[in-house]
Design a protein around this ligand. Structure first.
Ligand code: FAD
Length: 457
């Protein structure tokens, strides 16, 4: 066999890429292919920030392949049809790709397999490319997945880590395979001003800086909202520009409590992927129904709007929502506080919040977004489903001098704690002059409503 095809999906990198390695071992030439499939847009997964980041990733992948004597082939259209067309053009017998965990990815894989087989070609699906451990590889007795994080983490940690695969030195690509233009970031409208630059080169640069300078402080500082001392690698992981396996490998090689706390957090990503893999419907349906009758109607709509716009009157929540709009990214602690506020204090359906996050987050991911939302809403895997985060206490603890709020809520920038976290304690005249809203709901009322709804009182 002379040619094989590598279909890139959520794995836009050259380092630690097993499908590419396998394709290069089975044929002297490969066609590295990315299909921009409108089905992704129809399924609601495309959003300006992610499309812009994707454009960066594809341009960088193309550049990396060109450095190795090859190039990226990009096609627009239905994945199965385009892969078959490319395989025919290149006279390739095999297609290699990474296993996905979502219902969407698995449906796409099945259609692709059928289409290729009816053409007399074979699809090879490689596990453990998107996640560290393949989803479903470890299971507890009597179930097809782990429903709680801690036992999963214990089991996951006991698995011998796979060594990352080196990037190939050369990628020979046959002539004559047509490519559409690699999409340009500039062509995407509605992108957040502060969006990060995408691509494997940038991801690897950040990974190196993170491992050498910041990971040791992770255990103590990861919740510091203003310090911003987490890795910010999530978008690179979401697009596969950085390999989760390599990340864990490097952190474990470095060792120490900071590195292990970081590895534990990366394990959450695998955890959610194995839940979604076993329960694809948990992307939209309650994983553990609590018989919620979420609020509807005009008042609920107005509360949702205020939350999205960062105008709830709770400074840390508003700072979080404004960071999301400006950067297409939000600190994990801020995500927890903002999501708890929506689902518990405002008692609004987690799906509405998850949708808004997916519309903006550059790392917006079906497994991580939907299942974290469910975790916070108490319909997911949290063993304490009715905990409610108090945004004032959270702000005092994780933004003690108010620097995070000051950064994102200029109306309050001249205030100090405790007022910066509780501006409703200002006089009515002072509040009016700032143009900052009064609280949408009193925390005690929100809590009482939630407890009633869940039948806790
Ligand atoms: P770090 O703290 O440096 O952690 C390293 C990596 O571990 C992250 O990049 C991420 O891949 C993984 N990780 C960390 N925490 C979690 C977690 N709770 N669940 C799953 N993986 C985790 N993460 C996404 O990647 N995509 C999402 O769409 C997403 N939506 C979220 C929605 C809500 C409501 C909440 C509470 C969390 C969500 N997260 C999501 C998880 C987490 O907030 C982000 O992964 C993290 O903030 C990214 O920043 P970082 O790369 O600096 O993380």
């Amino acid at each position: 066999m002379n040619v094989s095809v590598v279909l890139f999906t959520s794995d836009l990198r050259l380092h630690d890429h097993r499908p590419l390695r396998a394709a290069l071992e089975s044929a002297p030439q490969v066609v590295p292919l990315f299909v921009r499939d409108p089905a992704v847009d129809r399924a609601g997964f495309a959003a300006p920030n992610r499309l812009a980041f994707l454009a960066d990733c594809l341009a960088d992948l193309d550049a990396g392949l060109r450095d190795r004597g090859g190039r990226l082939v990009v096609r627009h259209g239905d994945t199965a049809a385009e892969v078959c067309a490319v395989a025919r053009e290149a006279d390739a017998d095999e297609v290699h790709t990474a296993a996905g965990c979502s219902g969407f990815a698995r449906g796409r894989e099945q259609r692709l397999r059928r289409a290729l087989e009816s053409d007399g070609r074979r699809l090879y699906v490689h596990d453990g490319v998107v996640t560290v451990l393949p989803a479903g590889e470890v299971t507890p007795g009597g179930s097809d997945h782990f429903a709680l994080f801690t036992p999963y983490y214990r089991r996951w940690s006991a698995e011998p880590p796979r060594s990352p695969v080196a990037a190939p030195r050369a990628v020979p690509v046959p002539h004559g395979v047509r490519s559409d233009e690699v999409p340009a970031r500039d062509a995407v409208e509605g992108v957040s001003d502060g969006l990060a630059v995408g691509g494997e080169s940038e991801g690897r640069r950040r990974l190196g800086a993170w491992m050498s300078r910041h990971v040791d402080a992770y255990e103590d500082r990861h919740d510091d909202l203003a310090g911003d001392l987490t890795s910010r690698l999530s978008p690179y992981l979401h697009f596969g520009a950085v390999s989760a396996t390599e990340l864990v490998h490097r952190a474990r090689t470095r060792g120490g409590p900071g590195a292990e706390a970081f590895v534990r957090q990366v394990c959450w990503r695998d955890f959610h992927h194995q839940v979604l893999n076993a329960r694809p419907r948990s992307a939209t349906r309650d994983y553990r129904p609590r018989h919620d009758r979420w609020r509807h109607g005009q008042r609920a709509e107005a509360d949702l709007r205020a939350w999205k716009e960062g105008r709830t009157g709770y400074p840390v929540v508003d700072a979080a929502m404004r960071q999301l709009a400006h950067e297409g990214w939000m600190h994990n602690r801020a995500r927890l506080v903002a999501a708890s506020f929506l689902t518990k204090t405002l008692y609004l359906d987690w799906r509405t919040g998850a949708r808004h996050f997916l519309d903006l987050l550059v790392d917006g991911d079906v497994a991580d977004n939907q299942l974290n939302w469910q975790w916070v809403a108490g319909t997911g895997t949290d063993s304490r489903p009715n905990r409610v985060l108090n945004p004032v206490l959270q702000a005092k603890k994780y933004d003690p001098v108010g620097a995070y709020v000051r950064r994102w809520v200029p109306e309050l920038a001249d205030l100090e704690p405790p007022l910066i976290h509780e501006p409703w304690k200002l006089t009515a005249a002072e509040r009016a002059s700032r143009g900052y809203p009064d609280p949408t709901v009193a925390l005690a009322d929100g809590l009482a409503r939630f407890r009633r709804a869940r039948g806790l009182d």
